[in-house]
Design a protein around this ligand. Structure first.
Ligand SMILES: [Fe+2]
Length: 446
């Protein structure tokens, strides 16, 4: 089966300006995330789970130097002596504060100097030929890398103690009072999963391949905080029946009783969200739950997490044409009306928002708002080839990592599409992850 999504139909100049815009957007966000706090907060470690913000900043510059200046541009190394300090595989996050890191001003100047030269390389690149430069891939890859670190830095901001440093307007509420169905039937049959034509898709999204998905029902929206509270009130955290054994062990070991950042006060559940303590927003998708918590909720509800193939079929398959779309709403790029992306808002929108972004079957908020845990392990597609290096995806394949789909409010559109795959450990809670549930379709329901 061929990949039926429409590729970006652009000439070199179109691709060049798309690359410039993606790099510029990423840098604007990096600057916001590293200028809204004092320098002392950039060098501090706010959680052993995270790097100091200043490490991310210089690491962004160093990766850009290595790929765009040295590899694509053939330029001489600017700061080869810092490569090892900013090698994510050499130093786990917990130890990064002990490294000889560039000071904030130096890190900023380094990243800016690299950027200036990278734009020169882009200007002189034909954006055709070798796979690394074809259609501007390396530039798109580096823009995605920076945006992914921006999301990581936003997680650090969420973990940071102290008053709010970031603000943003609230996301839109659902437009109509029309009650949406709780779930939608996705009819069984084959669909095209992954992509071979999306120019900036990463190796793990490739190649396009036919996948058969039996009929199933999927929640119309992500599971809300209000629904999750019912699971808690029903003793969900105290009942081993709902939990995978390792998840149950984690609940017992850490005394878990609610999502991360939640606490109970005077009978009311509150949460700390970017430095502000607020009542848990009942209508918003639940955030900061591990895969184990998502899986336990689904079992309690008599349901299950969707597989990754089910999720992608719900997000991309157009039953009218049989085509796989780039996004639930079609092949056009995201807009503020279609999806909550890019840190435009600092929280997910209430369940049922973004009617303009719904899938052909009427499923909402698949893109943006919260990352959605799936039941699937992170594995290569048939025909996978590591590109441009094994450490991008291949070394993470296996049963240790679960796949997340759809992107959160903290993901930029350059790093979010119907085929985009994220992965993490099933115990992870600080990421902007929620979930929706699924169930098999019974014979009488088709
Ligand atoms: Fe990185």
């Amino acid at each position: 089966m061929t990949d039926t999504a429409q590729p970006l139909d652009m000439d070199s100049e179109g691709l060049r300006s798309r690359a410039v815009m993606a790099l510029t957007n990423a840098r604007r966000r990096t600057e916001l995330l590293t200028s809204c706090v004092e320098d002392g907060e950039l060098t501090a470690q706010h959680s052993p789970l995270m790097s100091p913000l200043v490490w991310d900043l210089a690491h962004i510059g160093n990766q850009e130097e290595q790929w765009l200046l040295r590899t694509v541009g053939g330029r001489e190394a600017l700061r080869p002596e810092i490569d090892s300090v900013y090698d994510a595989f050499e130093h786990p996050r917990a130890t990064r504060p002990t490294l000889p890191l560039l000071a904030p001003a130096e890190a900023r100047a380094y990243a800016a100097e690299v950027r200036g030269r990278a734009l020169d390389v882009l200007e002189g690149s034909p954006l055709r030929g070798a796979p690394l430069v074809d259609a501007g891939f390396a530039f798109g890859m580096i823009a995605q890398h920076e945006q992914q670190h921006d999301e990581t830095m936003l997680i650090t901001h969420q973990l940071r103690r102290g008053p709010a440093a970031l603000t943003a307007p609230p996301p839109p509420a659902p437009e109509t009072a029309r009650r949406l169905p709780d779930e939608v039937l996705v009819p069984g049959g084959p669909f095209t999963m992954g992509t071979s034509v999306e120019p900036w898709a990463l190796d793990n999204e490739r190649p396009a391949h036919a996948t058969f998905v039996p009929s199933f029902f999927l929640d119309t929206t992500p599971v809300t905080c209000g629904a999750y509270l019912e699971f808690m009130a029903d003793g969900g955290y105290a009942d081993a029946r709902w939990w995978a054994s390792e998840g149950w062990a984690t609940v017992r070991e850490h005394g878990l009783e609610a999502p991360l950042f939640w606490r109970q006060e005077g009978g009311q559940w509150l949460r700390r969200h970017f430095g502000v303590v607020e009542p848990v927003p009942l209508e918003e998708p639940v955030l900061h739950v591990s895969w184990y918590e998502a899986d336990a909720y689904a079992r309690w509800a008599g349901r299950r997490l969707p597989t990754e193939a089910e999720w992608e079929k719900a997000a991309r398959h157009d039953p009218a044409t049989g085509r796989s779309l780039r996004y639930p709403w079609g092949d056009a790029d995201p807009t503020p009306e279609r999806a909550n992306l890019g840190q435009r808002h600092l929280r997910p929108a209430p369940a049922g928002a973004y009617a303009a972004g719904e899938s052909p079957l009427g499923i909402r908020q698949l893109i943006g708002d919260v990352w959605e845990w799936t039941s699937s392990d992170f594995l290569p597609y048939p025909g996978f080839a590591a590109f441009p290096y094994r450490e991008y995806s291949e070394v993470f394949f296996g049963p240790g990592h679960k796949v997340l789909r759809g992107g959160s409010f903290a993901v930029d559109e350059v790093a979010c599409r119907g085929t985009f795959r994220n992965w993490d450990l099933p115990v992870r809670r600080q990421i902007f992850a929620g979930f929706r549930t699924a169930r098999d379709a019974g014979e009488g329901e088709l």
